[in-house]
Design a protein around this ligand. Structure first.
Ligand code: AMP
Length: 172
């Protein structure tokens, strides 16, 4: 039940800067039943569609993305902050709820025509996920879904994302 996940999320006011109510997923990660449940619900979003690659967004998208990839018998691809990927990369810049960032992916990470599921922990303004979608579209792939544990509805982030969007728990 998504409600069990929702009650485990911890609100931290004014982190990392004043005015941000940070949704801390650490209690979900620390509880094996909740962690398994969150992975199962993300896997369900693929809804029996074939997934070739799961893309996890730096950094909390890695925690959820790799087990989802294993469950779907797909590969795992990290989208990373600058300076971390050693091979040739494509990159995309975007603004965050608090600051600015650039994301990179290896140019050969996904083959043209492959089906991709993108995973991150939380959808806020949508800048991060929209940049990831734009980055991945450069590779000529099909994005099946962009899936989150948490969506902050009031920020309308999903409107920025040029792909189907799903979330397990929502806050208004
Ligand atoms: P955005 O690009 O605004 O959708 O921001 C999404 C990214 O920033 C996600 O990777 C989240 O991990 C992080 N993030 C943004 N806002 C919050 C928040 N209120 N609580 C926790 N994480 C957040």
């Amino acid at each position: 039940m998504p409600d069990r996940l929702k009650s485990a999320v911890r609100d931290i006011p004014d982190f990392p800067i004043p005015g941000i109510l940070f949704k801390d997923i650490s209690p979900i990660l620390a509880d094996p039943k909740l962690l398994q449940h969150s992975i199962d619900l993300l896997v369900n979003i693929a809804d029996d569609q074939k997934v070739d690659k799961v893309v996890g967004i730096d950094a909390r998208g890695f925690i959820f993305g790799a087990p989802v990839a294993l469950a779907l018998k797909a590969g795992f691809i990290p989208v990373r902050k600058p300076g971390k990927l050693p091979y040739k990369t494509y990159e995309e810049s975007y603004s965050l709820e608090y600051g600015e960032n650039t994301l990179q992916i290896h140019q050969d990470a996904i083959l043209p025509g492959e089906k991709v599921l993108i995973i991150d922990d939380l959808l806020a303004t949508g800048g991060t996920a929209a940049a990831t979608v734009d980055l991945i579209k450069k590779l000529g792939v099909e994005i099946i879904n962009v899936a989150f544990i948490i969506e902050l509805n009031a920020l309308n982030g999903r409107e920025k994302i040029d792909a189907p969007v799903s979330s397990i728990i929502q806050y208004t």
